[in-house]
Design a protein around this ligand. Sequence first.
Ligand SMILES: C[S@@+](CC[C@H](N)C(=O)[O-])C[C@H]1O[C@@H](n2cnc3c(N)ncnc32)[C@H](O)[C@@H]1O
Length: 202
Amino acid sequence: MLRRRFFAWAIDQVMRVYDPLVAGHKRRLFHDLQGTVLEIGPGTGPNMKHLPQGIDYLGLEPNPYMHPRLLAAAEEHGIQAKVVEGSAMEIPLPDASVDWVIGTLVLCSVPDQAQVLAEVRRVLKPGGSYRFIEHVAAPPGTPTAWLQRFIKPLWSCCTCGCNPDRQTWVSLEEAGFRSLQMESVNLRFPIISPHLVGQATR
Ligand SMILES: C[S@@+](CC[C@H](N)C(=O)[O-])C[C@H]1O[C@@H](n2cnc3c(N)ncnc32)[C@H](O)[C@@H]1O
């Protein structure tokens, strides 16, 4: 419990440094969202400032200590938001019920990426898309790849289960979306680099 409370505070501090680095990608990914938007693992709401007003926003966040900051960020940026209790492993929404799913830095932490992506696909309406930014494993043999492996046990413990070295692109490719576009970008942020930025359409 203490760890989750600490993480809610810590991620908010880290985002103040990290978010400006990724802001351009977020604007590009999120500027044209409409209708019902489900965000998985929204944390304390650093994406609120990049979302268009007028959407119906649902935030599926299992850490309750994030909720007050998440709702405050929504209010500050004029987003109509509801918190949904639960996990992206079993999204508590009906099939084909949302227009968009978004997620940033979440697939690094979930227990089973394949299951989460199946759930994302299930709740999306046909033609709906999942837009994401995820940090992933560095290329083998690079100093960052070595650091990711070396620091992983401690890192995971301090970040409520984040894995710095996941080959998330494999899970995305195997998830059965009708189309998938993604690019690798280097944000020059230590340990959690490179990133994948992209969209998967049901
Ligand atoms: C590194 S934080 C990123 C938060 C936010 N998306 C951001 O970009 O700052 C990872 C988030 O994923 C959430 N998370 C972890 N496991 C989850 C799950 N099974 N379902 C939904 N969210 C989860 C955590 O509670 C946390 O808010």
